[in-house]
Design a protein around this ligand. Sequence first.
Ligand SMILES: [Cu+2]
Length: 169
Amino acid sequence: MLKHRKIGFYLSQILLSLILVTSVQAASTESPSQSTDKFRQIQQPIPVKIAITTAGLGLIGLELWWFMFSKPKAKQATKTEDTQELQILVDGGYEPNRITVNSGQPVRLQFYRKDPSHCLEKVLFPDFNISKDLPLDKTTTIEFTPEKPGEYTFSCGMNMVRGTLEVRG
Ligand SMILES: [Cu+2]
């Protein structure tokens, strides 16, 4: 942010000096040729003033744009979270019953059990030594990091209802 502010400040200074130089040049080059025409001479500073005002407003707009667009970029960089989060509905089965994740990256599974059947009160991930109770109408979080790519099965406590976890390399 500080860097952006500095760049924005310098940019505005450069633009401001450029505007001043061009406006002064315009005024000085046009005034001698129009020195005989009194009417035009009086009229001359007005468009110059308008030009400066327009440029000034443009400069303010540019600075606003600069700050508005430089902020989200900075946020994006700090927000990078590498946890793979997935929501699974437990209702007659697992929905989705096939989930794909990347290996070596933490996985966070949110099981929401809507089904009152005792069959689904537990979920097992045997390959990861995970066995968790799923309280009814609640979200249960299961976290682990799959290291080896492959296909793994997760199931209810009786191994009747199943789902597949695909780990990609
Ligand atoms: Cu079961």
